[in-house]
Design a protein around this ligand. Sequence first.
Ligand code: SF4
Length: 233
Amino acid sequence: MNTIQIGGLVSFTTIDYPGKLACVIFLVGCPIRCAYCSNPHLIPVGSGEYDPEKVFDWLKSRKGKLEAVVFSGGEALMQGEPLFEYMRRVRELGFSIGLHTNGFYPENLSAASPFVDWIGIDYKATETNYEKLTGVNIAYERMIKSLDVWAKTGKPAEVRTTVDPRYVSPDDLLKIAHDVAARGFKKFAVQKYVPHFEDTEHGTTPAMRNAFFNDEKLQGEINSLFETVTWRE
Ligand code: SF4
């Protein structure tokens, strides 16, 4: 594979890169299998539907209109060297580069870091539940390595936990928040789990899913650990 495989594109967003008008490029392929995946169509590796050079030409036409380009997935870092080169070229156009990652490729994150200005990185569960949620037994240790790789760069990040009550309890969330803060991160986000397929709630109820957002004690404790905590309902 000597070019990136693009499976989707959002041409304008104000919520995917903090404080900047951005677009999002979705790359295909993901090494893990989250129980709540909202992008299952992006998981299989194959030919992307978009021609990367046409997307690059389009990005040139967005200079002065957009400020940032975010690479998402799937897991964008799965694509390695061609991605680093593509990011380098996009950054040369003058865009800030954002990356949404599940942290599975710490070495690739390190290699990409010169071309990336900000990341949103998932911390999906405590170590006990990570394999159950992702289906992969080394996913937790890789994600922790990625956190430490990024912390060393000194660049900004948001660490995110989606609180699927099947895999994350309020106590788990508190443990995760303490660990994230201890690793030097200043911004944390708690994301509500929303079932993506209308025919099933996967054994959860609205009350279970809302519990994290109605717990003032939990929120206060977590808020006190960071400069910013976003409670994303
Ligand atoms: S990391 Fe993202 S794309 Fe990959 S399985 Fe999990 S939710 Fe889906």
